[in-house]
Design a protein around this ligand. Structure first.
Ligand SMILES: Cc1cc2nc3c(=O)[nH]c(=O)nc-3n(C[C@H](O)[C@H](O)[C@H](O)COP(=O)(O)O)c2cc1C
Length: 304
């Protein structure tokens, strides 16, 4: 049995070079799904629960480098050297990146180099996912005109939605939607739709903020949305580290999710759900100060 994926249906296959294996058991101890055992003086893959998910951990921890995993879009070729400790981001440099990061909504006229977008995507793909391999995709839209064209389609989608969610209809739907969802529509989605439309009619793009590039993350029915959200979060931080202004856009998915034709034109596979978008560009407004934010609830156990 294998954990299902939209493209891969097999379990990972683990091979151990028994000549070089010293039976240290590190791979067995570290296996998240417990499919490795030492039996008859050899490390063996056993048929347990949902099988090897091909996370690659056994290959990465083996002191003898004598394990290879294949299947589920993984092979030994995917191993890469670890950066030396002194070249890894430390808490101070990460904290500084976080403090200086801001959502950028005003971009100068500069386009984004395609290589930078590729770098953002490559860095984001190192994010963790619920179950490997990634069942998340990303659409890169590059160029002011291409992003603006998509913004126009999102605005049109909101125009259609407004016809549907008139105040009296929303009132009738309250028992079915629940109070919080109804309030969210009434107090946020509907005014947001009006804002998008008014700005558009005024010649402004309030969806993607006139950005020169955008990424749209989507996930298959076999992956949960948090996978796409975490991928987008990594892309945001990667963009920040590369000097690209960026802003997560949650305003686009509600329309994209309802428009299969638009998703298909963007190359999102049928059955995949669009999730967050991330706009990229060069900021036109430098921030002079950071800000402290707090979670709404912080309970702690055993901290003091
Ligand atoms: C899930 C999510 C969705 C968001 N959607 C939008 C959006 O549609 N439009 C927008 O201008 N900003 C959007 N933002 C940016 C937030 O408004 C922004 O993070 C917040 O105002 C705090 O500002 P900061 O990022 O500079 O700290 C989104 C952020 C997140 C995390």
């Amino acid at each position: 049995m294998a954990v299902q994926h939209s493209l891969y249906h097999e379990t990972g296959k683990i091979s151990v070079d028994s000549q070089r294996c010293k039976l240290c058991g590190v791979c067995v101890k570290n296996c998240a799904v417990e499919v490795l055992q030492i039996k008859d003086k050899a490390v063996q893959q056993v048929d347990a629960s949902f099988g090897c998910i091909a996370c690659g951990h056994c290959m990465m921890v083996c002191p003898e480098n004598c394990i290879t995993v294949s299947g589920r879009n993984l092979s030994a070729k995917d191993l890469q050297p670890l950066p030396p400790q002194e070249e890894r981001a430390d808490a101070e440099s990460l904290k500084n990146l976080f403090v200086a990061r801001r959502s950028v909504r005003r971009f100068n006229g500069q386009t984004v180099e395609p290589e930078l977008i590729e770098q953002v995507i490559a860095m984001a793909s190192s994010a963790p996912m619920g179950i490997p391999p990634w069942d998340v995709g990303v659409v890169a839209i590059n160029g002011f005109d291409a992003v603006r064209k998509l913004a126009g389609e999102i605005v049109e989608g909101y125009r259609g939605m407004l016809k549907l969610f008139r105040p009296n209809v929303l009132k009738l739907m309250r028992p079915f939607m629940g109070q919080a969802s109804n309030d969210q529509f009434k107090d946020f989605i509907v005014p947001l739709a009006h804002k998008y439309i008014e700005a558009w009619e005024d010649g402004r793009d309030a969806v993607f903020w006139g950005a020169p590039a955008a990424l749209i993350f989507h996930h298959s029915a076999y992956a949960a949305e948090p996978d796409a959200v975490i991928a987008c979060t990594y892309a945001m931080l990667a963009a920040e580290s590369l000097g690209l202004g960026n802003c997560v856009i949650g305003g686009a998915p509600p329309v994209l999710k309802r428009n299969k034709g638009l998703c298909s034109n963007l190359g999102i596979p049928p059955g995949n759900q669009p999730s967050l978008a991330l706009v990229l560009g060069y900021s036109a407004v430098p921030f002079k100060r950071g800000i402290v934010r707090r979670f709404s609830h912080e309970q702690s156990a055993g901290l003091h």
